[in-house]
Ligand binder design. Structure first.
Ligand code: HDE
Length: 728
C-alpha cells in the first residue's frame, strides 16, 4: 500500500482528496519486482519444476500467489450502470447560499470542494458500447468538509416508474432477455416494450429516452439532473424544495442514430476516450450547478405532484439559478481502484441537504448501500481510498471483511464511561446531522396518490417543445425500437399507449411499422393495479399542461457559439497545397478544436511546395463518424487522388448524411463532385445558404475559415435530413 516513488510526469491538481489518494498510489518506476510479501523476485518467467521438463512443484509460492491473485481479479459489475467513465475535479459555489442551506460547501465561494464523477450507461455490461441508446447516469461525489455528499443523477430529469418496488421489474425487462442474453446494451427488444406498454407512467420518460438525449455527442455535452425533489434546509431549519441540474458549458449536443450505430463498431469507447482526451489535453469539462427552488408553501401550486419522479418542473415556471461550477481536471490513475470501486449512494448527504417522500427516492435510500455489500464484498467499502471522506471517520462500527482501520482503545460502544463516552455525538450547531422535522400524520397503506395519475401532459409538453428534426428523430427512434420487437401484439399495445400522448406521433410510428393505431382504453393497459383494487381507480387522468411549450426542453436552443474540443478531419494526399491546409488548421486549433490530417496512408505527405506534413490517421483507421466536421484543402494532385479514393468520397458522403459541416477549398471542388450529394447543393453560396446547408466551397481563405468555424459551432445541420435515404 505504501507509496514507493514520487515520480509524476505532469503536475496534478492538488486537493484534500488528491493528497489523500496519493498516499495509496504505487508507482513501479525504477523498482524491483516483489511478491505481495515484499520479497524480490528473481525469475518471473519460469515456474519451479522437478527437472526442466518435470511437473510443477506445489512449493512454488511465487506461482501460486500470482495465479491466485489473477483468479480473484474480478468483482461483480454494477447491476445497472455497469459501463461508466470517471474523472476527478473540483466544485466551487459562486455566492453564499446560506439563505437556502447550511451545507458549508454551498455557503462559501472560497471553498474548493474535490469531486469524483462517474458517468455511465444503464443497461449494458461493463464492456458494452458507449453509444447505446440509453439514459446516462451522472453521479457526483463531493468530498466536503462535513462528509461526502453524493448527487446520483441522470442525464434526463424524469424516470420510468413512480415507485421503487417496480425497479427490479423495469431492469429485468430492459436487460438482455434471460434465455439467450440478447440484446446487449439495447432497449429495442420485446421484454422492455412489453413492460412499458403496461406502464402509462413511463410515457414521459420514454419520450426522453427516444430523443437524441439518449445518444450524446460527448459526456461533456450532456445535462445532468438530480431527478427527485430534494430539500435544502438552512440554519434556521427553514426548508425549500429543490431540483438539482448540471448545465454543460459547451451546450447539449447529440449524434445521429445511424452515426451512433457506426461509432459503436468503429470506437465502442468513443465517450470514454473523448472524456479522457479532453482532460489530458487540458480542455477541462465544465458544468454549472443549477437549482430550481420552491418554497414549502408552494408545494401544491403545480398541476403535478413535486414528489412524482415522472415530472419535471418546467424552467419557464421556476427558473434554474446557476449557483456554482464543477470542473473535471484530472483523469483517474487506475480505472479499477477509482472508477470501478467508487460507491455512490443517494443517502450520502450533509447537513443542509435532505430528502422528500418521493417513493422512488425512498427506495433508492435503501438500495445503494445494499448493492455495495455484494459488489465490493462487505461493510468496509467506505475505507476504499476513492470512497473515503476527506474528514475523519469515528464511530463504533467495527471489524468485517478487509477492515483497514486500526481502531485503538477498549470501547466500541456508547454510552461508555471508560473512554469519556468518545466518540461523542455532535450538536446541530457543531455540525451534527438533524433530519428535517417534517410533520407526517398518516395511515399505513400500500397505495399511490391520485396526484401521480396524470401520465401524459408532460410527455406531450416534451414532444411539443421539440424542433421539427428532433420530433422526426423521436418518431424514427420509436420506429426502430418497436421495429425490433417481434411481437405484433406488443407493438400494437405500445401504439395504443402512445396514442394517448399524441395521436399524430402514434400514427407516424404506426405507418413505419405497417400497422394501425388501435384504440385501447387506458384502464386496459395499466399494469400497475393491485389485485384487490378496482382498475377504474387506477385509470390515468388526462390533463393538459398549462404550458404548451417549454423551449428549455429542446436541444435546438442550446449553446452554439464555440468549436472548443470539436474534432475536425482534414482530408489530404501528396500534392496538397500546404497553405490551404495549414492556414485552416491554425484557425481551427486557435478556436480550441482538435485537427487530424487524414490521408491514404500513415506517415507523411509531401505538399505541392515540397513541405512534409505528418499524417494523423489513414482512411483505414479513421472514419467520418469520429469527427464533427471535414475540410478538403486545395492542391491539384491531392485533389485528384482523393477524387479517385473511394474512402475519401465515402467519408464526405457520411459526413453529409450525418449533417456535419463540410468545407472545401475552391480548388478541391472535384472531390465534392464525386459525392452523391453534390447535385443537391444550392448554386449560390451566400452566408445564409451556407448556414442553412452546412456545405461550403470557397476561394477567399479568410471568409472560408470564418464561415467554417461558425458552421462547426452550429454542431449539425439537421434540416438536411429531409431526404432520408442516401447511399452512405
Ligand atoms: Fe440507481 N442504482 N436506482 N437510479 N443509479 C444504482 O447502485 C436504484 C435511479 C443511478 O456510477 C445501483 O452502485 C433503484 C434513478 C446512477 O456508480 C443500485 C432505483 C436515478 C447509478 C441502484 C434507482 C439513478 C445508479 C447499481 C429505483 C437517477 C450509477 C450500482 C428506486 C436519479 C452510480 C450501484 C455509479 C446505480 C438502484 C433509480 C441513478 C442497484 C432501486 C431514478 C447514476 O443501487
Amino acid at each position: 500500500m505504501a507509496k514507493q516513488t514520487n515520480k509524476k510526469e505532469t503536475p496534478k491538481p492538488i486537493s484534500d482528496k488528491a493528497t489523500q489518494l496519493e498516499q495509496h498510489v504505487a508507482d513501479s518506476t525504477g523498482q524491483y519486482m516483489t511478491t505481495d510479501q515484499g520479497l524480490k523476485i528473481n525469475d518471473d518467467q519460469n515456474s519451479l519444476k522437478a527437472g526442466e521438463r518435470g511437473a510443477t512443484l506445489l512449493e512454488d509460492f511465487i506461482l501460486r500467489e500470482k495465479i491466485t491473485h489473477f483468479d480473484h481479479e474480478r468483482i461483480p459489475e454494477r447491476v445497472v450502470h455497469a459501463r461508466g467513465s470517471g474523472a476527478h475535479g473540483i466544485f466551487k459555489v459562486y455566492e453564499d447560499q446560506s439563505a437556502l442551506t447550511k451545507a458549508h460547501f454551498l455557503c462559501n465561494p472560497d471553498i474548493e470542494t474535490p469531486v469524483f464523477v462517474r458517468i455511465s450507461t444503464v443497461a449494458g455490461s461493463r464492456g458494452s458500447t458507449d453509444l447505446a441508446r440509453d439514459v446516462r447516469g451522472f453521479a457526483v461525489k463531493f468530498y466536503t468538509q462535513e462528509g461526502n455528499f453524493d448527487l446520483v443523477g441522470n442525464n434526463m430529469p424524469v424516470f420510468f416508474i413512480q415507485d421503487a418496488i417496480k425497479f427490479p421489474d423495469l431492469v429485468h425487462a430492459v436487460k438482455p432477455e434471460p434465455d439467450n442474453e440478447m440484446p446487449q446494451a439495447a432497449s429495442a427488444h420485446d421484454t422492455f416494450w412489453d413492460f412499458i406498454s403496461f406502464m402509462p407512467e413511463a410515457s414521459h420518460m420514454i419520450m426522453w429516452q427516444m430523443s437524441d438525449r439518449a445518444i450524446p455527442r460527448s459526456l461533456r455535452m450532456m445535462e445532468g439532473f438530480g431527478v427527485h425533489t430534494f430539500r435544502l434546509v438552512n440554519a434556521e431549519g427553514v426548508s425549500h424544495f429543490v431540483k438539482f441540474h448540471w448545465k454543460p458549458l459547451l451546450g447539449v449536443h447529440s449524434v445521429a442514430w445511424d452515426e451512433a450505430q457506426a461509432i459503436s463498431g468503429k470506437d465502442p469507447d468513443f465517450h470514454r476516450r473523448d472524456l479522457w482526451e479532453a482532460i489530458e489535453s487540458g480542455a477541462f469539462p465544465e458544468w454549472e450547478l443549477g437549482v430550481q427552488i420552491v418554497p414549502e408553501e408552494d408545494e401544491f401550486k403545480f398541476d403535478f405532484d413535486l414528489l412524482d419522479p415522472t415530472k419535471l418542473i418546467p424552467e419557464e415556471l421556476v427558473p434554474v439559478q446557476r449557483i456554482g461550477k464543477m470542473t473535471l481536471n484530472r483523469n483517474p490513475d487506475n480505472f479499477f481502484a477509482e472508477t470501478e470501486q467508487v460507491a455512490f449512494h443517494v443517502g450520502h448527504v450533509v447537513p443542509g441537504i435532505d430528502f422528500t417522500n418521493d417513493p422512488l427516492l425512498q427506495g433508492r435510500l435503501f438500495s445503494y448501500t445494499d448493492t455495495q455489500l455484494i459488489r465490493l464484498g462487505g461493510p468496509n467499502f467506505h475505507e476504499i481510498p476513492i470512497n473515503r471522506p476527506v474528514v475523519p471517520v469515528h464511530n463504533n462500527q467495527r471489524d468485517g471483511f478487509m477492515r483497514q482501520t486500526i481502531n485503538r482503545g477498549k470501547t466500541s460502544y456508547g454510552p461508555n464511561g471508560i473512554a469519556n463516552n468518545d466518540p461523542q455525538q455532535a450538536k446541530a450547531k457543531d455540525g451534527g446531522f438533524v433530519s428535517y422535522n417534517e410533520r407526517i400524520d398518516a395511515r399505513k397503506i400500500r397505495a399511490r396518490s391520485r396526484s401521480f395519475f396524470d401520465h401524459f401532459s408532460q410527455a406531450k409538453l416534451f414532444f411539443n417543445s421539440q424542433s421539427e428534426p428532433e420530433k422526426n428523430h423521436i418518431i424514427d427512434a420509436f420506429s426502430f425500437e418497436l421495429g425490433k420487437v417481434k411481437s405484433v401484439e406488443i407493438r400494437e399495445r405500445m401504439l395504443g399507449l402512445l396514442n394517448h400522448t399524441d395521436p399524430k406521433l402514434a400514427s407516424e410510428i404506426a405507418f413505419a411499422l405497417g400497422l394501425h393505431v388501435p384504440k385501447i382504453p387506458l384502464p386496459e393497459m395499466n399494469g400497475s393495479v393491485p389485485a384487490d383494487a378496482d382498475p377504474a381507480d387506477y385509470t390515468p387522468v388526462q390533463t393538459e399542461s398549462k404550458l404548451t411549450e417549454s423551449p428549455a426542453l429542446s436541444m435546438a436552443n442550446t449553446i452554439k457559439d464555440t468549436i472548443k474540443t470539436r474534432k475536425i478531419a482534414i482530408l489530404a494526399a501528396d500534392g496538397v497545397n500546404e497553405k490551404s491546409l495549414n492556414s485552416m488548421k491554425a484557425v481551427l486549433v486557435d478556436g480550441g478544436a482538435t485537427v487530424h490530417v487524414i490521408a491514404p496512408k500513415l506517415g507523411e505527405i509531401i505538399s505541392e511546395e515540397s513541405i512534409k506534413i505528418s499524417v494523423d490517421e489513414s482512411f483505414l483507421t479513421a472514419a467520418s463518424v469520429l469527427y464533427d466536421a471535414v475540410y478538403v484543402p486545395g492542391g491539384k494532385n491531392s485533389v485528384a487522388t482523393l477524387e479517385a479514393e473511394e474512402n475519401a468520397v465515402h467519408f464526405l458522403n457520411q459526413a453529409f448524411k450525418h449533417c456535419k459541416a463540410i468545407a472545401t477549398h475552391e480548388d478541391a471542388m472535384q472531390v465534392l463532385e464525386s459525392t452523391y450529394f453534390f447535385k443537391k447543393l444550392p448554386k449560390n453560396y451566400d452566408e445564409e445558404t451556407v448556414m442553412r446547408e452546412g456545405v461550403l466551397v470557397g476561394a477567399d481563405e479568410k471568409k472560408l475559415q470564418n464561415l467554417f468555424v461558425k458552421m462547426i459551432a452550429q454542431h449539425r445541420f439537421w434540416e438536411r435530413e429531409n431526404a432520408r435515404k442516401i447511399p452512405a
